[in-house]
Write a protein that binds this ligand. Structure first.
Ligand code: NAP
Length: 365
């Protein structure tokens, strides 16, 4: 049995990965070792063939014995530990949720429903670093897989609505703390009129005491139109990732331009995206819908009507589900080659944990 070390299994992505691996009985196939940067020495989660104690994630000699390391710990950990291990001559497989290694020539970005053939070929070719893609990129590619496969897309503009949990466990809990703070303070003032209430609430959420140490700003009753760091060209890093990662995942011979604005919203879990798609030629709507619907096992076409859109195409409707609904599919008044669409997906499942689980299964096969 292969020895697999898990780092970051306590976090949002890692917890979802653990749950999916339990559901699919993946732990029966491996010897599992659990590492942490803060809980070393405590009892490890109980899984078949699991080591009983949590090990220190910073102890390189413990990690050197692993055949496969799966990390959902974050970019800082990868930046520090990956080169240390490789410099020590470690030849194991590194499977990672963080963005650090994604654009390196030595790594492959994994997204099973879309590029499984590339992943399998890379394993045969001796690639050792496999990295999950950015969550919104992976979800968009699964939703639009049918149009990419047919080579119909000239460019895409994507406007995102990204949930608080996309920034990690602490941030999601902070959004709830913000909501609680507002709820506690203002439930006592029902006599205020709507506009007076808005003024008071807005003043309240801008105070220094308001809980915002992780986001740095109020997210409750607000939105934040910047995610990740600044790029020199005016994009946010999250916006920059869309084009570079999508084209790497698809291994396109000619770059498909993808750009838009990424926005953090007060949803707890699941990222949504409004898409403007420029097609290379005019294609009738029925053909477009059947291409989208038949592309893979996970995409679900939602008919473009109000009732089904509002019940099936929202973060709350798809939280915890592997399916990726896409709807609002219609030709735009901009012209016959312009397509509108809206998609929503669980960024912790196909946006993060599930591609890692799939590549782990590939490596064991
Ligand atoms: P996270 O929830 O913040 O967890 C990361 C680590 O923080 C945990 O493994 C744990 O490490 C520590 N931690 C500290 N306080 C914690 C708490 N209250 N609950 C749980 N863990 C706590 O990070 P994440 O969102 O899973 O992201 C991990 C990586 O995946 C990042 O590189 C991220 O960019 C990437 N990613 C995230 C998403 C997403 O939607 N969140 C999507 C795609 C990719 P110790 O056990 O060592 O203390």
């Amino acid at each position: 049995m292969k020895k697999v070390g898990f780092i970051g299994w306590r976090g949002m992505v890692g917890s979802v990965l653990m749950d999916r691996m339990r559901e699919e009985n993946d732990f029966n196939l491996i010897e599992s070792y659990f590492y942490s940067t803060s809980k070393g020495g405590e009892l490890a989660p109980v899984v078949p063939n699991g080591s009983p104690k949590i090990l220190s994630a910073m102890n390189i000699s413990e990690l050197l014995g692993m055949d496969i390391i799966v990390t959902c710990q974050g970019g800082e950990f990868t930046s520090e530990m990956h080169p240390l291990l490789r410099n020590e001559g470690w030849k194991g497989f590194w499977v990672d949720a963080a963005s650090t290694l994604r654009m390196k020539d030595s790594s492959v970005i994994v997204l099973d429903p879309v590029n499984r053939h590339i992943v399998e070929q890379s394993i045969r070719n001796g690639v050792k670093d496999f990295v999950g893609g950015n969550c919104t990129v992976s979800l968009m590619l699964i939703a639009l897989h049918g149009l990419f496969k047919e080579g119909l897309i000239e460019w895409i503009s994507s406007m995102t609505y990204q949930a608080a949990s996309g920034a990690g466990a602490k941030n999601m809990l902070e959004l709830l703390a913000q909501m609680e703070a507002v709820g506690k303070t203002f439930s006592k003032s029902p006599s205020l009129g709507a506009l007076e209430m808005e003024k008071e609430v807005n003043h309240f959420i801008r105070q220094d005491e308001f809980p915002k140490s992780n986001f740095g700003h109020p997210l409750a009753l607000n939105l934040l139109p910047w995610i990740d760091s600044e790029m020199p060209n005016g994009q946010s890093k999250e916006e920059w990732k869309a084009q570079v990662e999508a084209n790497k995942i698809l291994q396109t011979s000619q770059v498909i331009p993808i750009d838009g604005t990424c926005v953090r919203v007060g949803a707890l879990r699941c990222h949504s995206q409004a898409l403007t798609i420029k097609l290379k030629k005019s294609v009738d709507l029925n053909t477009i819908e059947s291409l989208i619907a038949g592309a893979n096992n996970w995409v679900k076409l939602v008919p473009n009507n109000k009732l089904e859109t509002l019940s099936k195409l929202t973060p709350s409707a798809i939280s915890g589900k592997l399916e990726i609904p896409i709807g609002r599919v219609r030709k735009m008044s901009l012209g016959d080659e312009y397509l509108n669409a809206f998609t929503c997906g669980d960024q912790l499942l196909w946006g993060a944990a599930e591609p890692l689980r799939c590549v782990l299964r590939n490596l064991l096969d």
